[in-house]
Design a protein around this ligand. Structure first.
Ligand SMILES: Nc1nc2c(ncn2[C@@H]2O[C@H](COP(=O)(O)OP(=O)(O)OP(=O)(O)O)[C@@H](O)[C@H]2O)c(=O)[nH]1
Ligand SMILES: [Zn+2]
Length: 364
């Protein structure tokens, strides 16, 4: 051993990567991972990386915090290697279907790692809001331990009363978006956080993303694409929100939906993750118990249920029926919960066309 050199043992087969740098995965495309380094500004190059073999079968998804070795210069053609994935703060999952007894239902996908917030984008008209879809998203959010935010678009076409009435008991935070609305309240709720946007085709998600991040240039009214003129993709992509002029990123007014205070963010405008391929949230990975947590307005009732109550309509003594009959929750909420319960056990529901697997880019 040469003096002056580190005495730490080095194995030839497993380098320890103490020189690794931190990266944040912003896009995944055919085995190539686009990462940003923590101190990089918007103008700095991104780093393209591949997985190191030592990761085994662990998948790397958008939102992952990783350790990078190799060429992290971001120069054209440079390729780094991902050697570690940091422990995830949250994991947003979906299955292709609801029924865990089918092959598709068992195919569980991690959509995004480390998100703080799930922004459920729903139009108030054209297409009409689908509370079944929103309820699904809420289940996925609570299951992943991610805070939901209801983002109601096309507020110029219809009022939010019906949707908000349905969620009265939940005190869901929400924002209303119209073409001319100033996005300060939404930006305040996005600041300092990583927020995932989900929504059906046509709800105005791409329009909203383009307003929030003009340089993202997401295709509007057609299939969504990553970047300018590139192939279309169904995978998620993280976009850095632009810094706001001083003062406007933390308005004094709270979100109209509740008492949610914007977090103290030291000027970090946050990140949004667009998910063009996610048109539905199959919930086969969510236990019946966790499913109920997507319905906090119903949870309390179930303490009066008989032991092992499945809470289905067939359960004669399920306390949920009395709870709703007594006016303590909206009957439509119970119906929605039971629809999800039923679809998990393989019963199809004609009222929920979003469950039909198909081409997610078909725009239907
Ligand atoms: N009236 C009204 N129309 C809107 C609003 N936001 C978006 N639109 C229109 O709604 C249509 C769909 O918008 P998109 O942004 O493409 O919707 P999307 O959710 O991204 O749907 P995909 O492109 O299929 O992913 C477009 O014609 C938009 O111009 C809004 O706030 N009000
Ligand atoms: Zn019950």
């Amino acid at each position: 051993m040469r003096p002056g050199k580190s005495s730490r043992p080095r194995t030839r087969t497993r380098p320890r990567h103490e020189d690794a740098v931190d990266g944040f995965v912003i896009a995944v495309d055919r085995g190539r991972y686009t990462c940003v380094l923590p101190d990089a500004g918007p103008a700095d190059p991104t780093v393209t990386a591949m997985r190191a073999r030592e990761l085994g079968r662990k998948s790397v998804v958008v939102g992952d915090r990783v350790s990078l070795v190799g060429d992290t210069s971001g120069a054209p053609g440079a390729l780094a290697r991902i050697v570690r994935i940091a422990e995830r703060r949250s994991v947003l999952r979906r299955t292709a279907e609801d029924d865990a007894t089918t092959a598709e239902g068992r195919l569980e996908r991690v959509v995004v790692a480390n998100a703080d917030q799930l922004v459920i984008v729903s139009a108030l008209a054209d297409p009409p809001p689908r509370t079944g879809f929103i309820d699904r998203c809420l289940v996925a959010a609570y299951d992943a331990d991610i805070e939901p935010l209801l983002c109601l678009t096309k507020a110029d076409l219809a009022g939010p009363e019906a949707v908000l009435g349905y969620y009265t008991e939940l005190e869901l935070p929400y924002v209303l978006i119209r073409p001319d609305s100033d996005l300060a309240a939404l930006r305040a709720l996005l600041a300092g956080r990583v927020s995932v946007l989900v929504g059906h085709s046509g709800v105005g998600k791409s329009t909203l993303v383009n307003r929030l991040v003009p340089e993202a240039d997401r295709a509007v009214g057609t299939v969504s694409a990553i970047g300018r003129g590139r192939h279309t993709s169904t995978s998620a992509v993280a976009l850095r929100l632009p810094p706001q002029p001083h003062g406007s990123s933390s308005p004094a007014r709270p979100a109209p939906g509740g008492d949610l205070e914007p977090p103290e963010t030291a000027g970090d405008p946050g990140w949004i993750i667009d998910t063009p391929g996610v048109r539905s949230f199959g919930l086969a990975h969510v236990s019946a118990e966790s499913l109920l947590h997507g319905f906090p307005d119903l949870v309390e009732a179930t303490v009066d249920c008989p032991a092992n109550c499945q809470h289905t309509a067939e359960e004669a003594d399920c306390a949920l029926d009395a709870w709703v009959a007594a006016g303590k929750a909206d009957p439509r909420r119970l119906a929605s919960y039971r629809r999800l319960l039923a679809s998990r056990s393989g019963e199809s529901d004609p009222r929920e066309p979003e469950r039909n697997p198909g081409d997610p880019l078909a725009g239907s």
